[in-house]
Design a protein around this ligand. Structure first.
Ligand SMILES: *[C@@H]1O[C@H](CO)[C@@H](O)[C@H](O)[C@H]1NC(C)=O
Ligand SMILES: *[C@@H]1O[C@H](CO)[C@@H](O)[C@H](O)[C@H]1NC(C)=O
Ligand SMILES: *[C@@H]1O[C@H](CO)[C@@H](O)[C@H](O)[C@H]1NC(C)=O
Ligand SMILES: *[C@@H]1O[C@H](CO)[C@@H](O)[C@H](O)[C@H]1NC(C)=O
Ligand SMILES: *[C@@H]1O[C@H](CO)[C@@H](O)[C@H](O)[C@H]1NC(C)=O
Ligand SMILES: *[C@@H]1O[C@H](CO)[C@@H](O)[C@H](O)[C@H]1NC(C)=O
Length: 779
């Protein structure tokens, strides 16, 4: 079946003709191909052309934009212009004020023309057929006419990454059709929107969000960082390709690219719109990979939440062929996966993840070529999927078998229950092979180390799916027996809560014990407070982190079955994901509270200096209230940002010493407060928070609240944040925090603890956190 294989000139020509025909049909769609364009519309287009450089060459070549030689990007119906699509044309100039006169215009896309300036004409409100307005990443400034939003057809407005300013006023009669309004990264200082508007509104990256960061429309996670650089559209104006194919920038014909994503871990530049850099990468790719000049297409570079620069790459076969053959694919894949290919040096180290390549399926008959291509591609995909599924099933079976054979002993029951259809006690947690984890961490490379502790090292890994994981690898000497390890896994896999770092799986093979956790890109609370991670937490974010962590602990104490005491609550065990959701990590030191022992558990003292409950330390009676004490220390850390013990000063003692109930604003702690939150005027309810923290660090366990009480009180603090600072109450008795109570035998008054108490100062700084190399500061 030559056509599908795509070799040989004649069949390729036919295929091309077919593609062109499809493209023409698609493009012609509603266009009346003969006739004379409405005079007013022609005048407007000519006025635009006069203001622009780099308009498509066909613009102005004929007198009739909708006529026999149409102006590219312009679509007409009944001799009226209904759509203009000129994304990424490199247009320079200004958006002329006449657009409002294109009376039948339904859709306007001028995105990614970064040198297109100007203001939005007030007449844009006259366009009552307009459904879509997209001018992302240009240089528009000034106000947005409120009348725009009352256009009854209007559905989508995307004007991200401009310099629009003043007040965004969406007017009183917002179109009921309007579903998406996005003005991210503009300069709006205020916003007016009626509550009847039920679509989305995104304003992250505007000055208004610096003042009102927690309003829904300032939601950071909606922010898109994708940027304009892409090459092929500039050369090939029109044409759509069948599924799986793309327009080759070299031939402007459809072909099956070899594609994937390059992740640059530490590029030396941060401007994803820097054409020079990406052009250099392009030519390096085609030179080093032995491709035809111009056959590389780079798309949408952006920085992801790990601060890696992500670039989509498509590599096209040469000249008139639609496919790479297998030897070429193997070669390219190798050069990229083995890093034989070296990008320009300002891009730094990278890794590449390829998409599966859709090889043509051979077949003998030759019916309608289009149909055959479709079938061939479909079958190819199906076969690849079937083969992948079969391979996966095989691997899984092997793995289960291996688990059974190699481990026998403690894990045999899991293997058996898997045969019966799954291991019920292991919700979600799965078996990882040693090889798999080795590969995911590049042979446990030093560069992938996230942390180190008494237990061993923590590594970052990446699964073939692109998912990041954190691997806690026990070192020789800290291994547990197989049964203990199994018990720990069973316990961990039973605990599922939004505010607890989840266990993904484990490895118990080749003398290794490893736990695999979800990866937390926000790093630890400690690194954020110390400034090490570059993640700045303002006062409200700190409150939310406190609330999240408190909820996670309350779950462990009160809802987990059986309950779990964490035993090592500290700021380096509180991690944050990319949405800054706080998650409590490291149950490595956790101990189940069995019903018979309910009340207290007597055990060796473990924990971290600075966070240790003095009562637990002295009596060795472990209760949930020991976690409450440690959490109180974390709350104080949120206020002062320093380590609990720094320069010989103990945070708890200092706070108790300075506490002054009559100081409604700062509770006497003004001199301790972290300067970064001092400057915000959101410190309402600060006093309540301080008093709660001090109750948590009460010397005696009975004087401390339970974790669920802590959760409730932080919720109240967060609610009253919006109500102004006058609500701060200073009624709590100061004597409750009397500094002398129990002081003489306090562990932090005493000389350093004795060895046999096993107080670990560097206990395993656990799980998924990782330190940012560069600054990531959510707007
Ligand atoms: C908006 O920006 C323009 C150009 O930078 C400036 O001239 C104008 O004063 C600004 N308007 C407001 C309301 O800030
Ligand atoms: C939004 O409100 C309009 C009327 O104001 C209504 O017609 C429309 O169905 C609503 N859309 C949604 C998604 O609720
Ligand atoms: C922010 O947006 C994400 C995704 O759109 C959504 O899941 C999340 O709930 C939003 N958060 C808030 C606080 O609105
Ligand atoms: C763009 O990148 C090139 C090198 O790739 C560099 O020389 C140039 O300074 C960069 N331009 C900007 C504006 O950052
Ligand atoms: C694959 O393609 C390359 C370049 O087009 C060519 O040199 C090579 O002979 C082809 N290999 C096979 C097995 O067809
Ligand atoms: C694979 O990459 C390594 C390191 O870059 C290099 O030494 C080796 O020669 C490459 N292998 C081949 C077959 O090119």
């Amino acid at each position: 079946m030559e056509a599908a294989v795509g070799r040989g000139g004649r069949t390729t020509t036919m295929r091309l003709a077919l593609a062109v025909a499809v493209a023409l049909v698609a493009a012609c769609g509603v266009r009346v191909c003969h006739g004379t364009t409405d005079t007013q519309d022609t005048t407007v287009l000519r006025a635009l052309l006069d203001q622009w450089q780099n308009a498509p060459p066909t613009w102005g070549q004929s007198d009739d934009p909708c006529g026999d030689s149409p102006w590219e990007g312009v679509t007409c119906a009944n001799n009226k212009v209904i759509s203009i699509k000129l994304s990424t044309m490199g247009i320079k100039g200004v958006l002329a004020a006449d657009i409002g006169q294109l009376s039948d215009l339904q859709s306007l896309d001028l995105s990614f023309n970064k040198d297109l300036g100007g203001v939005l004409t007030p007449n844009i409100g006259n366009l009552n057929q307009l459904t879509t307005l997209i001018i992302q990443s240009a240089r528009l400034y000034g106000a947005v006419p409120a009348r725009l939003f009352s256009d009854p057809q209007l559905n989508q407005v995307i004007l991200d990454d401009n310099a629009l300013n003043g007040t965004l006023d969406m007017g009183r009669s917002i179109s009921g059709e309007l579903s998406t309004v996005s003005f991210k990264n503009n300069e709006f200082s205020s916003v007016t929107v009626t509550s009847s508007y039920n679509g989305t509104l995104a304003l992250a990256g505007n000055p208004v969000c610096a003042r009102l960061p927690n309003t829904p429309y300032c939601n950071v996670t909606q922010r898109s960082l994708s940027a304009p650089y892409s090459t092929s559209l500039v050369k090939c104006f029109s044409g759509t390709c069948p599924a799986g194919q793309s327009l080759s920038p070299q031939s402007c014909a459809c072909a099956y690219p070899y594609q994937g994503i390059m992740y640059f871990r530490a590029p030396f530049f941060h401007d994803v719109t820097n054409d020079t850099a990406f052009q250099a990468l392009e030519s390096m790719l085609w030179t080093k990979l032995d491709l035809t000049p111009g056959s590389v297409y780079l798309q949408d570079p952006f920085f992801n939440s790990d601060s890696y620069m992500v670039v989509q790459v498509k590599l096209f076969p040469s000249g008139d062929t639609a496919y790479f053959n297998r030897s070429e694919v193997m070669r390219i894949g190798f050069d990229l996966s083995n890093q034989t290919f070296k990008p320009p040096k300002e891009f730094g180290p990278y890794y590449f993840i390829a998409s599966p390549y859709p090889f043509p399926e051979k077949s003998s008959s030759s019916k309608s070529k289009g149909v055959i291509i479709g079938i061939a591609v479909g079958c190819g995909v199906l076969l690849v999927a079937l083969a992948a599924a079969a391979a996966y099933a095989f691997v899984q079976r092997r793995r289960a078998q291996k688990a059974k054979e190699e481990l026998g002993g403690p894990f045999a029951s899991w293997a058996r229950s898997e045969e019966r259809g799954g291991a019920p006690r292991l919700k979600g947690a799965r078996w990882f092979s040693y090889e798999e984890l080795k590969r995911s961490t590049n042979n446990f490379a030093e560069a992938n180390e996230l942390g180190y502790g008494g237990y061993g090292k923590v590594y970052r890994g990446m699964l073939p799916t692109g998912q990041f994981i954190a691997i806690k690898r026990a070192q020789q000497g800290s291994m547990q027996g197989g049964h203990e390890f199994k018990t720990e896994i069973e316990m961990l896999s039973r605990v599922h809560h939004k505010n607890l770092v989840g266990l993904l799986g484990f490895c118990f093979e080749q003398g290794e014990q490893m736990l695999v956790y979800e990866f937390m890109s926000g790093g630890t609370l400690r690194d954020s407070l110390s400034g090490k991670s570059g993640l700045h937490l303002d006062w409200k974010k700190r409150l939310r982190v406190a609330l999240g962590a408190a909820r996670g602990l309350a779950y462990l104490h009160e809802l987990a079955d059986p309950p779990i005491i964490h035993r090592d609550v500290k700021s380096s065990n509180i991690l944050m994901d990319e949405h800054l959701t706080a998650k409590v990590a490291d149950f490595g030191l956790s101990k189940l509270v069995s019903d018979s022992e309910r009340g207290h558990v007597s055990t060796q003292v473990k924990g971290t200096m600075g966070y240790l409950d003095p009562e637990y330390y002295m009596s060795q009676q472990l209760t949930e209230k020991s976690d409450v004490y440690s959490f109180g220390v974390v709350m104080l850390e949120l206020i002062v940002a320093k380590q609990p013990i720094e320069k010989g000063k103990y945070i708890v003692r200092e706070a108790k010493r300075l506490f002054d109930a009559s100081d409604a604003e700062f509770c006497g702690l003004k001199e301790m407060i972290d300067a970064r939150i001092m400057n915000t005027n959101h410190l309402a309810a600060f006093g309540k928070f301080v008093q709660l923290a001090l109750r948590c660090v009460d010397e005696v366990a009975t004087g401390r609240p339970s974790m669920s009480e802590v959760v409730k009180e932080i919720e109240v603090v967060l609610q009253s944040e919006g109500l102004g600072s006058s609500s701060t109450s200073a009624s709590t008795s100061a004597t409750e925090f009397d500094v002398t109570k129990g002081a003489p035998r306090h562990p932090y008054n005493d000389p350093p603890p004795k060895k046999e108490k096993e107080v670990s100062t560097d206990s395993f700084d656990y799980s998924g956190g990782y330190s940012f190399q560069s600054k990531v500061e959510p707007k």
